[in-house]
Design a protein around this ligand. Structure first.
Ligand code: GLC
Length: 383
């Protein structure tokens, strides 16, 4: 029997809830959700932020635990590592990640608070977030935008810009794990990233809002001005003559591939309305580029390097769709946002919660039972 639209939606939400429950672990007193029971069995930074953004709809205590566990692995210098090894092996081997991941924590903490209204949670987490943001400013800002020192730090480890950033394609080999984990191994990259900076600008807005909730007026305006400065720097550093924002290599050369990251400034409300309109009409709604059968590919379909099955080199990822959906709603592109949502529902109905999907066929690829693909539930519930 054919399901009604309402039944489809309820089934997806129920399945998302169940998946996150099944992937939840408690290790050494920390409770968090692993990205996938087969491939990724630790806590990962941006994954956990996405998990808590979904969890807040079902179980605010679990959403708070996820973030508390994340900040529990904060280093003395303020960095929050991209992967926390709360497991037996991690305890036995003194191997710790030396890098972070896109700075979604303030966004996740704020959104969890907005559901729970638990000010104490926010007050406890805020000093940790401040330390993290101080570290980002000191260690990762260059000319007002963020650099990413390692492909694993970008979260988009195999994305096209890394082809130009590394002299040799280390991102495609196991070599890439050396700078990530081996102490004192030189960091090989300093890519000025549009995605990382967009997430950072958004996080600064959240920091300002958290400070407001906590009655910290001075910090509120400090983070607010900082956000404005980052947005202004984005236009100056990233915007090229075609109006698009491209990441830059360590030597400030624009990397002109059309990837999903051209849309990330929408998430941070970093573009003018006119720029956003042009971007959506000419590139997002363009069937030759991003408006493929199963949206959106991580590389424009007409880029010579587009590979519908290549890791971060073409496939559709739900977290990218989620960011874009938020961005479209911020700019009032409601009908386009809704179409994106319907197409994301279609791909999940076809292939379940997979790590990524072929944008031409909708076939599932990579890890199974993958946590952040449940962001579809947030897209449905927040629209
Ligand atoms: C892969 C992804 C990274 C993610 C991790 C765990 O390494 O590229 O972004 O955080 O898996 O899901």
């Amino acid at each position: 029997m054919k399901q009604t639209k309402k039944e489809v939606i309820s089934a997806i939400i129920a399945a998302a809830k169940e998946l996150l429950r099944k992937n939840r672990r408690t290790v050494a007193g920390h409770t968090f959700t692993i990205p996938s029971p087969y491939e990724y069995r630790h806590q990962w930074l941006w994954d956990s932020c996405f998990h808590s953004i979904v969890l807040r709809h079902f179980d605010t205590a679990a959403a708070e635990a996820e973030i508390k566990s994340l900040v529990a692995s904060q280093c003395k210098n303020g960095m929050i590592p991209h992967e926390s090894k709360f497991n037996i092996l991690g305890k036995m081997l003194p191997i710790t990640s030396r890098i972070t991941q896109p700075a979604f924590i303030a966004r996740a903490a704020l959104e969890v608070y907005e559901k729970s209204r638990n000010k104490q949670f926010l007050a406890n987490i805020f000093p940790r977030l401040q330390q993290y943001h101080n570290w980002l400013e000191k260690q990762r800002e260059v000319n007002g935008v963020l650099k990413v020192v390692d492909c694993n730090e970008s979260g988009e480890d195999n994305s096209l810009p890394w082809d130009d950033e590394y002299a040799v394609p280390v991102h495609k080999t196991y070599l890439r794990w050396f700078p990530t984990y081996v102490p004192f191994f030189p960091q090989l990259a300093a890519l000025r990233s549009v995605t990382a900076t967009s997430v950072y600008a958004d996080a600064l807005e959240c920091m300002s809002e958290i400070a407001r909730v906590l009655g910290e007026g001075r910090l509120r305006s400090g983070y607010g001005s900082k956000r404005k400065a980052v947005i202004a720097a984005m236009a100056k550093v990233f915007r090229q003559e075609d109006g698009l924002y491209y990441s830059l290599t360590h030597s400030n050369k624009p990397i002109r591939y059309k990837t999903h990251s051209i849309f990330s400034p929408l998430f941070a409300a970093a573009m003018t309305k006119a720029e956003a309109k042009k971007l959506v009409n000419e590139h997002l709604l363009n069937e030759k580029e991003f408006w493929t059968s199963f949206l959106i590919p991580t590389v424009a379909a007409n880029e010579p390097k587009f590979n519908p099955k290549g890791y971060w080199r073409g496939p559709t990822w739900v977290n990218i769709n989620w960011m874009l959906h938020r961005g479209l709603l911020r700019y009032g592109f409601r009908a386009v946002a809704d179409e994106l949502l319907q197409k994301t529902i279609a791909v999940i109905r076809k292939s379940g919660f997979r790590e990524y999907y072929n944008p031409l066929t909708g076939d599932g690829l990579g890890a199974r039972q993958f946590g952040w693909s449940t962001l579809i539930a947030d897209m449905i519930l927040e629209k």
